[in-house]
Design a protein around this ligand. Structure first.
Ligand SMILES: O=C(CO)COP(=O)(O)O
Length: 280
């Protein structure tokens, strides 16, 4: 079974109602390859989910950027991080933000809004909010149990890459998911090296291919040949209209998770890079 090219747009914490409408207009008017060739998913901030859901063309889908690890209930704002947390949060945030409050959104709410996808384990959550591999694995499992489809993110920091531990890091992140998930049909694995995110420093096609091949080998050795062959492994980190084709040409790059460029018209060019695969 071929792996359908997948292009996700992670809008992160960006946009006003006007800007969101403008992006949607651009997407809605775009001529792109058919749904048989490419699956397109955009992920706005929570507050814009209903607007995007109602205005977006029906052949593109919507993802939330996160969801809670279990059923919702009496939780007024999530407090994560404490002085005992061994995360790098203190390095990137002033000390008064350690007790961060983050909105608490359950998988059930996303299902209720008819949002089919959720991004889990993005490095901005792992690193800033101290989400551990196990916590991310639990979230993936819970989201899948509620019938959401999951874009699960893995990736190493620059420090880890320079220490030569890239493969070990992404394998450990993937293992924490694999330990909790038995069906991979609704999982897309996003390799997002932290050093490439928002930096303009994209991984070379060879670097991306190397990690994607290793991840696929890991899936083959630890889950099954079938899961390894069918799971889409997408790349994220400074993807843009100019570099997407070369990356897409690599055999184990099955698409992209795009940040900054997903807010711009060049996102259409990135979607169109699916043609590279079709013609391969
Ligand atoms: O984090 C990313 C997508 O989830 C990538 O962000 P950029 O494309 O802005 O580097």
């Amino acid at each position: 079974m071929g792996r359908k090219f997948f292009v996700g747009g992670n809008w992160k914490c960006n946009g006003t109602t006007e800007e969101v409408k403008k992006i949607i207009n651009t997407l809605n008017e775009a001529q792109v390859p058919s749904q048989d060739v490419v699956e397109v998913v955009v992920s706005p901030p929570y507050v814009f989910l209903p607007t995007v859901k109602s205005l977006l063309r029906p052949d593109f889908h919507v993802a939330a950027q996160n969801c809670w690890v279990k059923k919702g209930g009496a939780f007024t704002g999530e407090v994560r991080g404490s002085s005992s947390d061994k995360c790098i949060m203190l390095k990137v945030m002033p000390v008064q933000y350690v007790h961060l409050k983050v909105e608490w959104i359950s998988a059930e709410m996303l299902v209720n809004l008819d949002i089919p996808w959720v991004i889990v384990g993005h490095s901005e959550r792992r690193l800033i909010l101290g989400e551990s591999n196990e916590f991310v694995g639990d979230k993936v499992a819970y989201a899948l149990s509620q019938k959401l489809k999951v874009i699960a993110c893995v990736g190493e920091t620059l420090e880890q890459r320079e220490a030569g531990s890239t493969l070990e890091v992404v394998a450990a992140q993937t293992k924490a998911i694999a330990d909790r998930v038995s069906n991979w049909d609704d999982v897309v694995l996003a390799y997002e090296p932290v050093w490439a995110i928002g930096t303009g420093k994209v991984a070379s096609p060879a670097q991306a291919q190397e990690v994607h091949t290793e991840l696929r080998k890991w899936l083959q050795a630890n889950i099954s040949a079938e899961v390894a062959a069918s799971t889409r492994i997408i790349y994220g980190g400074s993807v843009n209209g100019a570099n997407c084709k070369e990356l897409a040409a690599k055999p184990d790059v099955d698409g992209f998770l795009v940040g900054g460029a997903s807010l711009k018209p060049e996102f259409i060019d990135i979607i169109k890079s699916a043609e590279v695969k079709k013609n391969a």
